[in-house]
Ligand binder design. Structure first.
Ligand code: COA
Length: 253
């Protein structure tokens, strides 16, 4: 693979320090869009942190001033993730089941799964330029990551419809107002703020943190059921003429 090809393919950079697993989405040439390979690496990194008592918190962030543009649209066409063991499914399950606090630092675009993954995070920090968008319907798709359950529960059905049906983009101030993010911090302080929170969590009595997260997530068994239900429809939609036309239109812009 040439250097240019490697940059296009991207990677996930995982660094463990001070009890924090730092996971960087590093595919800036493609706005950190996730391919199947990247989902697989993300799933391994998150599932690996879960159950590892050396890790006290997980930090999720994107390179190049972008969180992520969501699923790679070319991948949707080339290798639609319809198998039960598709890497994206492993990733979403790892997120939902992670026993350690997940801390996200969002700058720039957070599209599709870039927004829905935040519903599984325990703390979300955003830069003022962060934009949250879930254009599933416009792509001929349906919501995933249990967002059809978690988003209306968090922001209310009317606002969830603006995001999930209309595909309305939400800015950082609105996301803060709606409770999708916990704090908006200046761009140059975003990473340090999120890292400080993750480090503080990692320094606390670890088992107490894990048990507290477990209690906070109690009653969320419905999350995995919802993901399963969404996945069945999502897989059907991926093969639909509506979706394929939308993917083609994006790739031919
Ligand atoms: N899948 C594949 N490639 C993507 C991508 C995605 N989800 N998002 C961005 N890219 C690629 C672009 O095709 C472009 O590649 P190129 O330079 O080889 O042409 C590169 O990343 C830069 O993107 P560009 O659109 O030029 O940047 P922008 O700043 O104008 O816009 C976005 C950024 C995120 C608003 C825009 O790229 C976008 O809408 N992406 C699609 C998001 C999406 O629908 N995701 C799926 C949700 S389910």
């Amino acid at each position: 693979m040439t250097v240019a090809d490697a940059a296009q393919a991207g990677r996930i950079v995982v660094t463990d320090a001070d009890g924090v697993r730092d996971i960087l989405f590093d595919r800036p040439a493609k706005k950190n869009a996730f391919t199947a390979a990247l989902y697989g690496d993300l799933a391994d990194a998150i599932a690996g942190a879960s159950g590892d008592l050396d890790i006290g918190a997980v930090l999720l962030r994107g390179a190049g001033g972008v969180f992520t543009a969501g699923n790679d649209i070319g991948d949707f066409l080339r290798s639609p993730p319809t198998a039960p063991d598709a890497p994206v499914r492993r990733f979403l399950e790892a997120l939902a089941l992670c026993d350690k606090p997940l801390v996200a630092a969002v700058s720039g675009m957070a599209v599709g799964v870039g927004t829905t993954m935040l519903l599984h995070c325990d703390m979300v920090y955003a830069a003022p330029d962060a934009v949250f968008r879930t254009p599933f319907v416009d792509l001929g798709l349906v919501p995933e990551a249990a967002s059809s359950l978690l988003l209306p529960a968090l922001v209310g059905p009317a606002r969830a419809s603006r995001m999930l049906l209309l595909g309305e983009a939400i800015d950082a101030a609105t996301a803060l107002d709606w409770g999708l993010v916990g704090a908006v911090v200046p761009a140059d302080a975003l990473e340090a703020t999120a890292r400080a929170a993750a480090t503080a969590l990692a320094r606390k009595p670890r088992r107490a943190v894990v048990e507290t997260k477990r209690l906070l997530r109690h009653g969320r068994e419905a999350v995995l059921d919802t993901m399963e239900r969404e996945f069945v429809v999502f897989a059907e939609r991926l093969r639909s003429p509506e979706a394929r036309a939308a993917f083609d239109a994006f790739l031919k812009r």
